[in-house]
Structure formats: C-alpha cells, structure tokens
Design a protein around this ligand. Structure first.
Ligand code: NI
Length: 261
C-alpha cells in the first residue's frame, strides 16, 4: 500500500494483547506509512493505565479514558477519580471513552448497570468539558435516550451500525459518525446508505484495531494504515476524490476536539 494519505485513526486499541508481541514494530511501520495520529480508546480498568502509557511513550498517540459497557461493573468512584487525575496531568487525553451500551452479548453486565455507568461517564464528560466516544451495539434506542439527557456533550458514535434516520438524529445532537472497516465489506448495506446520506463534515474514520480490518484484509489483525481503504470506499460512495475525503475527515476530528493536533 502506498503512503498517500495523512491518516488520523479516531478509534484504536493498541493496548490490546494482540499487539503484545510486536507493538513497537507495528507502531513504527504505520508511522512510516502515513499515520500521523491515533486516538487509543480505553475499554477496561486495566486499559486506562495502558492507554495513558501509550500516550506518554508515543508522540502520535492520544487517548480516551473510560470503561466500556462490557466491563461496566469495573467503574466506581475511585476509578472516576483516577480518570480525572490522569486527564489533569496529560493534555493528550482528548475524550472520555469508550462508553455506552452493548446488548449483543448475554454475558455483559445487566442493562440497568450499563445504563447507570454510561450516564455517570456522560456526566463526567460534561463536567470536564470533553467529547465522548460511544459504543452502541444493538442498543440504538436507549443510547439515543441517554445522549439526549446530556445536550452539552458532543462526541463520536463509533463503528456506527444504525439506520440513516438514527445517524441524522445523532448528528442533530452534535455527534459525528464513526465509519470503520465494515463499510468496505461486500455485504455492507446499512453503513453504505448512511455514508451516502449524511454530510461529509459529520464523518470520521477509524479502525477499531486490532479488530474489524477492512477488505482486502478482512479477518486479519487490523492497523491504522488500513484506513486508506476506508477513505477510498467513502470517496467512491460519495463520488469524491479520496484526498478530499481524507482532508475533510481530519478537519472534522479537529473541530470536534477543538484543538489543532
Ligand atoms: Ni473499540
């Protein structure tokens, strides 16, 4: 793959064990290949610390700190305090995430627990005036209800899987739509429709690495330079030049976080 884009990956998990063997090699390879920035999103209590360290050790890695719905029972007052302290110490922590609701897996914490922890982390984002990274799987209705309770909070609905109608509702509330590898899959219909219908200035690109690798690398371990395939697919759907899409999505992210990074 040729290095022709300026890639900012708005959602990845380089703290994941799948990178334990060769993390440094992967990070230097993607840097060579046009990746200028990564938002590493914490998901568990353990990954808050790991994400923080990655932002200290790598100049192009930024962080989002929070507890994923599948680990909602790990969140408590102490964890909240820790997150606040880390954010105060380090301006490379740009968001609270990933937080939200996941009704897909039966072994996840009960829905009421997930909703409570989601609300507490939304409140935290409001207090700290930071955007949120939202994970919503099979929970569109409840996700929308909760984000409506916090009109001052903006963010990203990551790995967007809802309808165009839902996307437009999120956009109205100040959210951006995170588009990942799924848009390149042969059988992708919904997200292709969403990309077609929503304005380019509300789209962000992401990998969710090490998961969700785009075609032609579907099934392999994902990494941030594969965003080139996502940019090219969005360009095709919207009948634009890939370069134009690339620059637009980078501007969108800067607008959301309110900083030039
Ligand atoms: Ni994720």
């Amino acid at each position: 793959m040729e290095n022709k884009y300026i890639i900012f990956d708005t959602h990845a998990h380089y703290d994941d064990n799948l990178f334990d063997e060769d993390r440094e090699a992967v990070l230097s390879q993607i840097k060579e290949n046009g990746v200028v920035g990564i938002l590493n999103c914490a998901s568990s209590y353990e990954s808050i610390d790991k994400t923080y360290k990655l932002t200290i050790e790598n100049n192009f890695i930024y962080g989002a700190l929070g507890i994923h719905p599948e680990n909602a029972d790990e969140f408590n007052d102490d964890v909240e305090k820790e997150i606040i302290e880390l954010i105060r110490k380090n301006e490379k922590i740009l968001a609270i995430g990933e937080i939200g609701l996941d009704y897909y897996w039966e072994e996840n914490p009960p829905r009421e627990v997930q909703q409570d922890i989601f609300r507490r982390q939304m409140k935290l984002a409001e207090r700290l005036n930071l955007p949120v990274i939202i994970h919503d799987r099979d929970a569109h209705k409840d996700t929308l209800e909760i984000i409506k309770e916090f009109p001052n909070v903006k963010g990203i609905v990551h790995c967007f899987s809802g309808s165009t109608e839902f996307a437009l509702e999120c956009i109205k509330l100040g959210y951006y739509i995170g588009v990942g590898g799924v848009v390149t899959f042969k059988n992708a219909k919904k997200i292709v429709e969403v990309v077609k219908e929503i304005p380019l200035d509300k789209i962000l690109v992401e990998t969710d690495a090490p998961y969700m690798a785009p075609t032609p690398n579907r099934g392999k371990r994902n990494k941030s330079d594969y965003i080139a395939y996502i940019i090219e697919q969005i360009a095709q759907i919207k009948d634009l030049e890939p370069k134009e899409v690339n620059l637009a999505v980078n501007d969108n992210f800067k607008r959301l976080i309110g900083k030039d990074i």
